[in-house]
Design a protein around this ligand. Structure first.
Ligand code: UT7
Length: 321
């Protein structure tokens, strides 16, 4: 089930867009009973970015997609499909992927959105990989993007301090020489915990984020390390063989727990949540882009991606560079 078959699929470009406006922990103390110490000690987050007033989620997506396409050296005409993962679309429809596709001039591409909480970018990547491996597409642009500022409850100190706006992107392509590529993939869901993270109507907004943070925290700590170690076994890769871990950036204590339980060397786990907070569906792709740009991935390296999110959903991917 977990091991991939078909044509090899490689990462041919990555991109990112982080909106300019920065909000530091201390800025929350102007309107909430909180502190820089509480936020940084309990989450590892120091600051996050938010989109400007007129900057839509699809604008963030487009900027990251453009960056990934430039970095790949490919042309807009090479793209067969655009897939956007997000929990905070401009509107329920049209798909944001269609807006990105037209702005890029990717005239030969199809486009659609997916939504799977913070696991969304992994669901989108697995869809892209399946389509390329089976031969229906050659190049797929995957984007994860969020504009949380609209759906946060700014009166709830337990949630609004966690999230930030961002977009990350990657171009996935068939491996022409058959070398490298994704070797295994897995998605898991436990809908009995659907009420842990929800968008619910409120007096202020059509949709507002509501989260049982401590329940999420305990559930993830109880289940995610085993999910990842089982995934490695099914992928026929020892945990020690993984050169780089691209993990969902939600809480530094969750990442530390995975590192400790799986006995991973911490220098193989890049983090950016101290700068961006939890950017949900963008988080993995932003982390991947930083790893690529900082030359952290060498040819032949094994890279393991893992994420969790609303649903509850878990996901993982194994890649050989
Ligand atoms: O991408 C997936 C999305 N979700 C997550 O990843 C969330 C995972 N959960 C978490 O990261 C953590 O549960 C939180 C950071 C949300 C909360 O940390 P916690 O250690 O689970 O704290 P808690 O909710 O149990 O709250 C402990 C105390 C409470 O006070 P009392 O009742 O003990 O007096 C809270 O009211 O901390 C209080 N508290 C705060 N205090 C100052 C909660 N938020 C804040 C705050 N500033 N911002």
């Amino acid at each position: 089930m977990t091991l991939l078959r078909g044509r090899n699929v490689r990462i041919s470009g990555t991109g990112v867009y982080i909106p300019e406006r920065v909000m530091r922990n201390v800025d929350f103390t102007n309107f909430l009973d909180t502190s820089d110490e509480w936020i940084s000690e309990r989450t590892g987050i120091r600051e996050r970015h938010f989109a400007a007033d007129g900057e839509k989620c699809s604008d963030l997506a487009y900027m990251a997609a453009k960056n990934a396409l430039e970095n790949s050296g490919m042309s807009n005409k090479d793209i067969d499909m655009v897939i956007v993962a997000s929990n905070t679309p401009d509107s329920i429809f049209p798909p944001m992927a269609c807006k990105v596709q037209s702005r890029l001039g990717a005239v030969d591409a199809g486009a659609f959105d997916v939504q799977a909480g913070c696991t969304g970018s992994l669901a989108a990547m697995q869809t892209a990989i399946s389509g390329i491996a089976s031969g229906i597409w050659d190049n797929v642009l995957v984007i994860g993007c969020e504009r949380f500022r609209d759906i946060l409850d700014w009166k709830d100190r337990k949630t609004c301090i966690l999230f930030g706006d961002a977009a990350g992107a990657c171009l996935l392509s068939v491996s022409e020489d058959g070398a490298g590529g994704f070797t295994a993939a897995k998605l898991f869901s436990d809908g009995t915990k659907a009420d842990y993270i929800m968008a619910v109507p409120s007096d202020d907004s059509f949709q507002q984020l509501s989260m049982k943070g401590n329940d999420v925290f305990k559930y993830v700590n109880r289940n995610l390390p085993k999910f990842i170690s089982d995934f490695c076994k099914e992928s026929r890769v020892d945990v020690e063989q993984v050169n780089l871990w691209v993990l969902h950036q939600a809480n530094a204590r969750i990442i530390d727990d995975i590192v400790r339980r799986l006995k991973i060397s911490a220098d193989r786990v890049p983090t950016n949540l101290e700068r961006y907070g939890n950017t949900s569906a963008a988080s993995l792709l932003v982390t991947l882009d930083e790893a690529v740009k900082n030359n952290k991935i060498k040819s032949g390296d094994k890279v393991c991606f893992a994420a969790f999110g609303a649903g509850m959903t878990f996901g993982a991917l194994m890649y050989e560079a």
